[in-house]
Design a protein around this ligand. Structure first.
Ligand code: UFG
Length: 332
């Protein structure tokens, strides 16, 4: 059945892929975005767009009514870990307070389902790897804490109201739509693969490797890189699960269950582009764990989620194809 889904942050990196996944699955996405970090052109033409803030409850209530919203996919928020350390209140506002407002408006408007963009940063430095959903959550930065607080609000609201949710804890999201309809367009990105493809296209002189003395095979940090389109499809499956069983809520990891080191990621970019990135070796970045890899058994078993792009070279190819297209769009 065709559903009307409100996508907050639908002009952003992951949100714009979710819009495509919803359209591809036969649903109807309605986007709200304040365009602070997102781009109007990143939203597919088939989606209805409202420019505004999720904390504007009059606007959100109006959209819920006008568009007969069945569920909300909530992507809007701030995502840069070091920035959250310098400006924690921005994160507690954008990720926590504004989510509180959105949840309140959802309840007031009679929306009974929400899918929430959470993060592996809720775990902090995990005691063991791969990390499971029932392991302790001890964020080591305001970003992770701001998301964890929203998870807690959702849990309590689901217990009190006719409402269920799915919090997806993302690992390292990378790549772009395989058909190159959207991708990561963030200005001043800090994420490894984005930086590496920018460097491969000559937009940067070199790539910094932060830390070479981690307790990993080659000494550089290991992360679980997940293709953004596989992540988007997990949201569509979660939506169906929430509607099929309204009594049940979920908190699930979203990753592939294996990781690559910084060096392996840069080597993959070299392999795909047939060049050699210039690497500069630097000290550790504050707050980086050695290894962050997801246990993904729960989401596979519960939702039957099957990734389609679990292949590092393919992720690099898609990221690179988008970065080329972005050069044309932004003229950089
Ligand atoms: N790294 C470099 N050089 C760079 C950028 C990153 O060596 O220029 C390294 C980092 O030290 C780390 C790895 O590459 O070892 C990945 O770093 P990212 O900045 O790409 O991503 P993070 O793992 O720090 O964080 C990302 C998201 C968070 C999320 C987290 C969960 O940004 O929002 O994944 O795994 F919480």
């Amino acid at each position: 059945k065709k559903r009307n889904i409100l996508v907050t942050g639908g002009a952003g990196y992951i949100g714009s892929h979710a819009v495509l996944a919803l359209i591809d699955a036969g649903h109807r996405p309605i986007v709200i975005d304040n365009l602070v970090t997102g781009f109007r052109w990143a939203i597919d033409d088939e989606a209805t767009f409202y420019e505004g803030d999720i904390s504007d409850s009059d606007l959100v209530l109006k959209i819920i009514g006008e568009q007969a919203i069945d569920a909300i996919m909530h992507f809007a928020g701030s995502v840069v870990v070091p920035e959250s350390v310098e400006n924690p209140l921005k994160y507690y506002d954008n990720n926590t307070a504004k989510s509180r407002s959105l949840i309140e408006t959802a309840i007031a408007g009679g929306v009974r389902h929400m899918i929430f963009s959470s993060t592996a940063a809720t775990y902090g430095i995990p005691k063991s790897s791969p990390v499971c959903e029932d392991m302790p959550t001890m964020p080591i930065n305001p970003y992770g804490m701001s998301k964890l607080m929203t998870e807690m609000m959702l849990r309590d609201v689901a217990a009190a109201h006719d409402f269920n949710y799915c919090a997806l804890r993302y690992f390292n999201v990378a790549g772009a739509d395989p058909l190159c309809r959207t991708g990561q367009s963030t200005i001043g990105a800090t994420h490894l693969l984005k930086i590496a493809v920018e460097a491969a296209l000559g937009k940067r002189a070199s790539v910094s490797v932060f830390g070479t003395d981690y307790a990993t095979e080659d000494g550089t940090g290991v992360r679980d890189y997940i293709h953004v389109s596989d992540l988007a499809s997990a949201h569509v499956i979660a939506l169906e699960a929430l509607m099929a069983d309204p009594e049940r809520s979920h908190t699930l990891n979203c990753g592939y269950g294996h990781g690559y080191s910084v060096m392996q990621v840069l080597d993959a970019v070299d392999r795909v582009t047939n060049t050699k990135l210039h690497r500069t070796f630097e000290g550790r970045r504050a707050g980086d764990p050695d290894t962050l890899v997801s246990d993904n058994i729960a989401i596979k078993q519960r939702f039957g989620w099957e990734p389609r792009y679990d292949n590092l070279d393919l992720i690099v190819q898609h990221a690179l194809a988008w970065e080329r297209r972005l050069t044309d769009i932004q003229g950089t």
